[in-house]
Design a binder for this molecule. Structure first.
Ligand SMILES: [Zn+2]
Length: 290
């Protein structure tokens, strides 16, 4: 039997839903299309949740943020309309992670491309755009998915969701390159921590993988300032902080675990996990709680 979504039983759990005060605008180059992309994050009514609208050649397609619209893809997160397979939005994870991390319950994300721009590979451009317009409280209680019992994904890497009064993430990084190495980072996800720690952490990718993507033509805009490239003996740019790799994994977790359309309350623990395990976990969470 499916467990009900538990109502708040602690004072801080009776929070209100939030949306944006005005339209937040982000522009940047698309890595797959090589064209300029405009993203507008619009305010949305109570209980709307996050959603996408793709506007291409004057045709608009609504793409709901829910697990049914996930298109299984390696190394990134893609949402699409199952009725119209040509309508896909790539790289949704950092904008969704921003909304999850800053506490935006309701928003319509309008994109004029089949991808969200990577920009500097972090969530900072999205955070800055949202902070510029600010948030407003709405007249309804926030609806969250409250993790009530441990859930596990054990498939090449480990991802766990445990009960907790607040949203926390612990991440164990174990990278094959020694200079990236083994690290453990733990954080409580508050808007403040999100702005300072998780949000600024950039995407990282191995140099061989970049070469593959460029050689096969998958990536048209190869600007390596958009990512941290991991070479055999060094990283392409100085890190913003020592735990940047772990924090970026947390950003991806926040984005992917927003694919159920509701914020999560629980302790998420990832051990060498990535998008694949995140997607399996959110499917499991939705099956259990929605
Ligand atoms: Zn990412």
């Amino acid at each position: 039997m499916k467990a009900p979504i538990r109502k708040a039983n602690k004072p801080e759990m009776t929070e209100k839903q939030h949306t944006l005060n005005d339209v937040a605008i982000i522009e940047g180059m698309g890595v797959f299309t090589g064209a300029q992309v405009r993203v507008e994050i619009h305010p949305a009514p109570v209980d709307h949740g996050p959603s996408f609208e793709q506007v291409l050649n004057e045709t608009s397609t609504q793409i709901g943020v829910n697990v049914k619209n996930i298109i299984e893809t390696e190394n990134r997160t893609v949402l699409g309309d199952i009725e119209k397979p040509e309508c896909q939005v790539n790289l949704v994870e950092h904008v969704l992670g921003t909304l999850h991390g800053l506490g935006v319950d309701n928003a319509l994300i309008r994109v004029n491309s089949n991808e969200v721009p990577l920009i500097d590979g972090s969530a900072l451009p999205f955070i800055n755009a949202v902070d510029k317009v600010g948030l407003r409280e709405q007249d309804a209680e926030r609806k969250e998915i409250v993790i009530e019992k441990p859930l596990f994904i054990d498939d090449n890497a480990l991802l766990m969701a445990l009960p907790s009064n607040t949203l926390k993430i612990t991440y164990f990084l174990d990278h094959p390159r020694d200079f990236v190495g083994k690290r453990i980072t733990h954080i409580e996800v508050t808007p403040d921590n999100f702005r300072k720690r998780i949000g600024p952490a950039r995407t990282f990718i191995k140099a061989e993988k970049v070469k593959d993507l460029v050689d096969t033509g998958a990536v048209k805009h190869d600007d390596q300032s958009q990512v941290l490239v991991i070479h055999k003996d060094k990283v392409s740019q100085p890190l913003r902080f020592a735990d940047e790799f772990c924090y970026h994994k947390m950003l991806d977790i926040l984005g992917d675990l927003y694919l159920g359309g509701r914020r999560i309350r629980g302790h998420i623990i990832g051990v060498r996990s990535g998008h694949y395990q995140n997607r399996k976990m959110i499917r499991k969470i939705v099956e259990e709680y929605l």
